[in-house]
Design a binder for this molecule. Structure first.
Ligand code: ADP
Ligand code: MG
Length: 375
């Protein structure tokens, strides 16, 4: 836990909090004492006269004058002493209040300074000083958590990327060296290998751009009410030719409209990714079925295939960046980020994307859940 910052306050910020609280208290004490004094000096003589009259003391007698004078002096003296005592209490009180208020504020300022300096582990402790300061510390901690997560995923991305780039670059370098050493001829076959590897590099670069955009949510979304059944049918129509060429049957959903709140383009991209993945994991004779069904306040669009499937324990890992369960079987040119991007796109639309499979060789299913809308 950090200690309150000792850094000098910014110039032009005005008096310290303790001074402001003390000034406010002094004003209240003086205003109270003044009002008390004026009211009692205006009211008391009349009340006194009445009582003296009742007691039979003559209004112009010496006793009456003396009593009234005594009252005025007593009122002035006791108010004066009272004001001094109240000021002393106000000074002590304002120091206490200012301290209780200033410490958590200083701690929060110190934490944000540490965050700005790149220390994303910095957090503020809950000050137990009411809902306003609790909300302030909570939002600072939330910001810190977000920065820490982003930094961690940035570092992980660099590590993953370095790992992914190593294979094609090492291969290009080895081929070029072999040509230079005349171990390999610079013929069409060698050049095709070089071209393949450099294409892999450029695909990786494109993938990298889309994964970082998706993970940082740096894309524009336009959420509208769309028919999930229609969206699924459109994705199926777009992929129909590829499926026919591969001998894989593609079933699109039928039925009444099922309205969801989604971005039609982004949903289309995700459906396309799921269909391409399924196609890569299916053989001639397999089939892929898209269904759309309401489930409470959400609608599920599921892509089910009869392809190679995967180990059910692996379901969550499929969504990790650059993760490919069985590179030899799936998309030969894939880099394992399609599902990462797809999940980020669906989560940005307040939905979820999950995967399941009964096991190797038993097919797979991927479900997009999106919030439904009434109309
Ligand atoms: N329909 C599917 N059937 C079996 N495995 C799948 C299916 N779709 C995706 N996978 C697995 O999930 C991994 C990650 O998918 P993805 O992120 O799209 O990467 P890529 O398609 O580039 O390999 C794939 O490499 C594959 O192992
Ligand atoms: Mg893919």
């Amino acid at each position: 836990m950090s200690t309150p910052a000792e850094a000098a306050p910014p110039r032009g910020a005005g008096p310290r909090l303790a001074t402001r609280v003390f000034s406010a208290m002094v004003l209240v004490v003086l205003a109270g004492a003044g009002t008390l004094l004026v009211v009692s000096l205006l009211l008391a003589p009349t009340v006194f006269h009445w009582h003296l009259d009742q007691a039979g003391v003559l209004a112009d007698s010496d006793v009456s004058d003396h009593v009234e004078e005594a009252f005025a002096v007593a009122a002035l003296a006791s108010t004066g002493v009272g004001v001094l005592a109240a000021l002393a209490v106000a000074a002590a009180g304002s120091l206490l209040v200012a301290r209780r208020l200033a410490d958590p504020i200083a701690l929060t300022a110190n934490t944000t300074r540490r965050l700005a300096a790149g220390d994303y582990t910095a957090r503020v402790e809950q000050p137990q000083m009411g809902p306003e300061l609790a909300a302030l510390t909570e939002s600072v901690n939330l910001l810190a958590q977000r920065l820490e997560d982003t930094e961690r995923s940035r570092i992980q991305l660099i590590v993953d990327l370095a790992h992914e780039l190593r294979t094609p670059t090492a291969s290009i370098q080895a081929t070029v060296e072999a040509i230079a050493d005349r171990v390999l001829p610079a013929d069409d076959e060698t050049l095709a290998t070089l071209s393949d590897q450099s294409q892999r590099l450029s695909r990786l670069i494109d993938d990298l751009a889309s994964v970082s955009r998706a993970e940082e949510r740096a894309f524009r979304l336009s959420l509208t009410t769309i028919d999930a059944v229609e969206a699924a049918r459109a994705a199926a129509t777009a992929g129909a030719a590829r499926f026919a060429r591969a001998g894989v049957t593609l079933h699109a959903p039928e039925g009444p409209p099922l309205n969801v709140l989604a971005d039609p383009d982004r949903l289309g991209e995700v459906l396309d990714e799921l269909l391409v993945n399924s196609l890569h994991h299916c053989r001639d004779g397999d089939s892929v079925t898209i269904t759309a069904a309401r489930r409470g306040a959400t609608a599920d669009i599921t892509v089910t295939d009869t392809g190679s499937g995967f180990d059910p324990n692996e379901a969550e890992r499929l969504f990790q960046r650059f993760y490919r369960a069985d590179p030899a079987r799936g998309n030969p040119t894939g880099s394992g980020i399609g599902l990462t991007v797809a999940r980020a796109l669906i989560e940005a639309q307040h939905g979820t994307l999950t995967a399941g499979s009964p096991g190797h060789g038993a097919g797979a299913h991927f479900t997009i859940s999106l919030p439904t809308t009434a109309s």
